[in-house]
Design a protein around this ligand. Structure first.
Ligand code: NAD
Length: 471
């Protein structure tokens, strides 16, 4: 299978797709290694995760270079690789404390004569199916706490961005005691993985998430789904309009808007709408593409060009339905790369695709509101519920508005904090996800199964206790 370079448009990388047998063999190998891994205990596993983190640091250049070809980004590629090492060290530090905090003393039962001894073990084989937008971070975000919990981990990165796996496998070879492996390919390999594992974490689009949930249901395994979003930002009349414009712009266009937690809808109070829009347009026009110099600028090419086409369709549809394009608005093809400058849209209406569907691009549709109640209603009028943001003149006001938004994580006085603050436990709502939080301690605890040893401290009943009798 071939992968495309988003800066040149050339299919310049070939990789081997895992066959159904390859997936089964890898799964069996990991399953065989898992009991010894779990038996190492929390401290033993933490030591191996720290060793892996050191190996990632040592191999960071090669991983970041490969990743940067697939994503067309340099700085963010480094942020991802450094983030992986941080994730490993974070769980290596936190995991043993969480295990130490698990109850292990006998608990009295409400049923006379019994008590219960709790114990915990890990789902043996964890599986991850991952997207292309942050390939390194999102291929390991759940696998690392699963490994800390005692699972073995089988990961399927996106077929759109496979290049980091080659250098990653070299790093992994230095830590042979770590039961982690990658399988490569598209939907079929994803389905095969679901058939092999005991617990699946999926990060990707809502449409694919439904298919993963169906397949997991057939296998009767838990599926955690981290799906799409259409995150709103409410900016109240008391907010400073220029500051708000800067926060909104960054929160929307980082990584070319290809982030689940990007701000994709802005609701601004009429009192400050004019200076806000002026500042937003000025800021948008000052943003530079990372072209032709890949080492400067803010906005790189779309990683997956069909995404660019979808974004253009939403912009065109909005424009033909009466929206005004105040900045950007037109995809540019530059040396085989697909780029879009920050696009500010005004006079948008709630029925437009740019307001209803996930965009996944650097597009800021702005709606002006007169009444905060109306802004809250519009912000909540979506099938998604991943995250949201509020900017106001005070934290107190932002909190009051934020608590009324139907989403898992709400950024106050900032935007798009969801993935940056890894201990902010939250569950996505509506079509944005399913299952326990990947953030916070539940990120690891969800991979443990509680077992109860039920102790009979009196006399076990005989069959006569259940003999039929007249009552
Ligand atoms: P996608 O749904 O197209 O693909 C994700 C993964 O699923 C890929 O590895 C793909 O090969 C695999 N896949 C596709 N069809 C499958 C099937 N039928 N069975 C099993 N596996 C299958 O998503 P994408 O386009 O790679 O990523 C972008 C999407 O991911 C956006 O919607 C974005 O919002 C979402 N996302 C969500 C989060 C989050 O934490 N909520 C984070 C990042 C991205």
């Amino acid at each position: 299978m071939k992968a495309r370079n988003p800066r040149t448009g050339e299919e310049d990388y070939e990789f081997t797709v895992s066959s159904r047998d390859d997936v089964a063999v890898e799964a069996a190998r990991l399953r065989a290694a898992q009991p010894a891994w779990e038996a190492l205990g929390p401290e033993g596993r933490a030591a191996v995760l720290n060793k892996f983190a050191d190996a990632v640091d040592a191999g960071a250049q090669a991983i970041a270079e490969a990743l940067s070809i697939d994503t067309g980004r340099k700085a963010v590629a480094w942020i991802e690789v450094e983030g992986l090492a941080r994730n490993l060290r974070k769980w290596a530090a936190r995991g043993p404390d969480l295990f130490a905090g698990l109850p292990s003393d006998p608990e009295p039962s409400a049923m006379p004569g019994f008590d219960i001894v709790p114990r915990y073990d890990a789902y043996p084989l964890f599986g991850a199916i991952c997207p292309w937008n942050f390939p390194v971070i999102l291929s390991h975000i759940d696998a690392v706490p699963a490994l800390m919990a005692g699972c073995a981990a089988l990961v399927k990165p996106s077929e759109v961005t496979p290049r980091f796996v080659e250098p990653m496998r070299e790093v992994l070879a230095q830590v042979p005691e770590l039961p982690l492996a990658y399988v490569m390919g598209g939907p079929d390999v994803g389905q095969a993985l679901i058939e092999e594992v005991d617990y699946v974490c999926f990060t990707g689009s809502t449409g694919t998430g439904r298919k993963v949930a169906e397949a997991a249901a057939r296998q009767l395994i838990p599926a955690n789904l981290e799906l799409g979003g259409k995150d709103p930002m409410i900016i109240t009349a008391s907010a400073d309009p220029e500051w708000a414009a800067g926060v909104a712009l960054r929160s929307s266009i980082v990584a070319t808007g290809q982030a689940c937690q990007s701000i994709e809808r802005i609701y601004v109070a009429r009192e400050i709408a004019e200076p806000f829009l002026d500042a937003l347009v000025e800021g948008a026009n000052a943003v530079r593409l990372t072209y032709p110099d890949a080492s400067s600028g803010h906005i790189g090419p779309f990683i997956f060009p069909p995404q660019g086409a979808k974004v253009q369709e939403q912009i065109d549809q909005a424009r033909s339905a009466g929206a005004r394009v105040l900045a950007g608005g037109q995809i540019e093809q530059l040396d085989g790369g697909t780029y879009l400058r920050p696009t500010v849209l005004a006079d948008v209406t709630p029925d437009m695709a740019v307001i209803r569907q996930e965009t996944f691009g650097p597009v800021l549709p702005v709606t002006i509101f007169d009444d905060i109640e109306d802004a809250i209603t519009q912000a909540n009028d979506t099938e998604y519920g991943l995250s949201a943001a509020v900017l106001a003149g005070s934290m107190e006001e932002a909190s009051q508005v934020g608590a009324r938004l139907e989403a898992g994580a709400i950024s106050l006085q900032d935007g798009a904090l969801t993935s940056m603050v890894s201990d902010a436990t939250n569950e996505s709502r509506k079509a944005s996800g399913l299952g326990p939080s990947r953030m916070g301690d539940s990120g690891m605890l969800r991979f443990l199964r509680r077992q109860s040893l039920i102790r009979q401290n009196g006399e076990a009943a005989t069959i006569d206790a259940y003999a039929e009798a007249q009552r």
